[in-house]
Ligand binder design. Structure first.
Ligand code: NAP
Length: 298
């Protein structure tokens, strides 16, 4: 790949902290090679928001085509873009920045990535279906917006802190159109989860060894689809208990691949370019198997 780098090569990358186990460089560089794009993708670890400001100053003048944003900068990046797409504003987080003539255009591709990956991996289409999202942070917000746009009939935000769930619903309710929105405390979430067609884990619970599933196994049933946003070499307790109940369950690797692929589609500025999802999936999986311990995000 380095042999491709020349005087016109454009830069892309991911900013975040930590990035030690990021899968994004592997899957992006594999896609650029397949598409014959003269771009290179690198991990850009930034210590704090002071570093973030310094990086943004540099990125305005360096030949960046764009960059992804992961924890802990997704929310801060919202106010640092020159323009922010409506979807990212409503989600309350930016995960993709397109660099255009020294300006930063912010997007959120997590929600679309989730919906695309669910369709590809489980055949789930949100229209007319009910969904329970466990968690009320940035990833839950992105999923909620995408489900509203996908015309889900009902979305329940089931969260440890009820006030955060209520805040999220409040922020998007004016755009909910045909989707009924409710907020529920996780401790009282049984009905919302047991009656949902799709259950999403948008909490970090399951990333660390010994973490339990955020919802009890008895809340799952065979006709349901379950999606854990976390991915890793090991099956998470959430996915394990959903499968034990007969549900169709997937982890967050597909979401990671599809959100990254949509970033490439945006940066290429061409309807003719479609990032090769399969190639990216293979590259991410190979890197994961080669030693990434466990995690989520990028
Ligand atoms: P976040 O903004 O920090 O939100 C975390 C949410 O999880 C909060 O609602 C929090 O509840 C809840 N939570 C945290 N610890 C909990 C616990 N022990 N028990 C119950 N609930 C708990 O994080 P985020 O950015 O939304 O990310 C959420 C997860 O999605 C992370 O694991 C991240 O890595 C993953 N993710 C994956 C992808 C992908 O491409 N696969 C993309 C984005 C994110 P409170 O409000 O009560 O604190």
């Amino acid at each position: 790949m380095t042999s491709r780098i020349n005087g016109r090569t454009r830069l892309a990358g991911v900013i975040g902290n930590p990035l030690d186990h990021t899968l994004s460089p592997a899957m992006h560089n594999a896609a650029y090679e397949t598409l014959d794009l003269d771009w290179v993708y690198i991990p850009l670890r930034l210590a704090d928001e002071t570093d973030l400001m310094r990086f943004l100053g540099a990125a305005r003048v360096l030949p960046f085509v764009g960059f992804n944003v992961t924890m802990p900068f997704k929310q801060a990046m919202l106010s640092m873009c020159d323009e922010v797409a409506m979807l990212a504003q409503l989600a309350g987080a930016v995960n993709t920045v397109h660099c255009v003539d020294g300006r930063f255009i912010g997007y959120n591709t997590d929600g679309r990535g989730l919906i695309e990956s669910l369709a590809a991996e489980t055949g789930f289409i949100p229209e007319g279906r009910s969904v329970a999202i466990v968690g009320a942070g940035g990833a839950a917000g992105a999923a909620l917006i995408a489900l509203i746009l996908g015309k889900a009939s009902k979305v329940s935000i089931v969260n440890r802190s009820l006030d955060k769930a209520e805040e999220l619903v409040e922020r998007v309710i004016a755009h909910a159109r045909s989707t009924e929105l409710t907020s529920v405390a996780l401790s009282a979430g049984e009905e919302a989860v047991t009656t949902a067609d799709l259950i999403i884990n948008a909490t970090p619970l399951g990333m660390k060894d010994g973490d339990p599933s955020p919802v009890p196994g008895e809340w799952f049933s065979a006709a349901q689809v379950a999606c854990d946003m976390i991915y890793g070499p090991n099956t998470t307790p959430f996915v394990e208990s959903a499968r034990a109940a007969g549900a169709t369950a997937v982890d967050g690797l597909g979401m990671l691949v599809h959100q990254g692929a949509i970033s490439i589609d945006i940066w290429s500025e061409s309807a003719q370019v479609r990032a090769p999802r399969e190639v990216m999936h293979e590259a991410a999986l190979a890197r994961l198997r080669a030693g990434r311990p466990e995690g989520g995000g990028k």
